[in-house]
Design a protein around this ligand. Structure first.
Ligand code: SAM
Length: 304
């Protein structure tokens, strides 16, 4: 079981203590959650959420030693406010969001997140949700223009039009390997990236509504924190990091009127203080042990 990304930084940011209540909104295999429960011994409590039933199973096993101090629920972090109401937790002392896909999900061929092995093109974080369109549904049904827009917007792929055209011409596409080979024929990679990397990222973000989810959870997280409580968010690509950065900037200001407006008319009040003006990133040693850590950016804010 390898250590999760920026493990020590997360524990340092959250500052767990024995009387605290904590939320891990992306509990995954339970690595960060384990650290928080250990550091808040003997009474700290943690709510762990994940949409992926398989991940939650791993977390459940890993957190057995903490007994009833850990509560695990299969749910999206976008339901944070109602989950806390359900538990009767009025406020919490720390919230962790380690966004995106886990190594476990990437490394499980049947999940269809990776093109390293040929597998059905799925990419749903919760594969039991029959009504959520899969990546195969998107590549086989969207119009060429919509597909190009999606690949451009969520994958920041400069050659999105060429990729979309190649996909539409090769339909139907059912597997990760087939999709990757179509893209590799249409465009070149670069910066050591496989040519399909950006398109795979785009499809995953679209299938799981990832950016919308981040936008929805941030206000709920700040609302849920007790004064002095901390929110720590790890983002893995610039699109989600930008959302977090802009939200933290905005909510740490007393006025959000346009810069040229002479007198404040918004009445906005700062609700948080940014603890990290610049994001925390993994050091060389961590990147060497876990190459995924290279793109991780951790931002921390404290509720006022
Ligand atoms: C990078 S992993 C987290 C790893 C975890 N921090 C650990 O220590 O093992 C991200 C997790 O977030 C989950 N996830 C993605 N979107 C979610 C959402 N909207 N609500 C809850 N969990 C989500 C994924 O299923 C995945 O398990």
């Amino acid at each position: 079981m390898h250590q999760p990304v920026l493990y020590k930084d997360i524990i340092h940011a959250i500052q767990p203590h024995s009387e605290g209540k904590y939320v891990d909104g992306t509990v995954g295999a339970g690595g960060h959650a384990h650290g928080i429960l250990e550091a808040s011994h003997p009474n700290g409590q943690l709510l762990g959420l994940d949409v992926d039933p398989q991940a939650l199973g791993l977390a459940r096993e890993r957190l057995v030693p903490f007994g009833s101090r850990a509560t695990l629920i299969q749910a999206s972090y976008t339901t944070l406010a109602s989950q806390l109401t359900g538990l009767g937790w009025a406020a919490v002392d720390g919230i962790v969001l380690d966004l995106g896909v886990s190594s476990m999900q990437l490394d499980t061929p049947g999940r269809g997140f990776s093109f390293r092995e040929d597998a059905p093109l799925d990419m749903r974080f919760d594969p039991t949700q029959a009504d959520t369109p899969t990546a195969a549904d998107l590549v086989n049904t969207l119009s060429e223009t919509d597909l190009a827009d999606l690949i451009y917007r969520y994958g920041e792929e400069r050659h999105s039009r060429r990729v979309a055209r190649a996909i539409v011409n090769a339909r139907p596409i059912r597997t990760t390997g087939h999709l990757a080979s179509i893209i590799a024929k249409a465009v070149r990679g670069g910066d050591h990236l496989h040519p399909a990397t950006r398109t795979f990222q785009a499809l995953r973000i679209a299938v799981n509504g990832e950016l919308d989810a981040v936008e929805k959870v941030l206000p709920q997280a700040i609302q849920a924190l007790a004064p002095g409580g901390r929110l720590a968010v790890i983002a893995f690509h610039s699109l989600e990091d930008r959302i977090v950065k802009e939200y933290f900037r905005q909510e740490s200001r007393d006025c959000i009127c346009p810069p040229r407006q002479p007198v404040c008319g918004c009445g906005h009040k700062a609700s948080l203080q940014e603890i990290t003006r610049k994001p925390i990133q993994a050091g060389d040693e961590e990147i060497e042990n876990n190459p995924r850590a290279r793109s991780a950016k951790l931002r921390v804010a404290e509720k006022l």
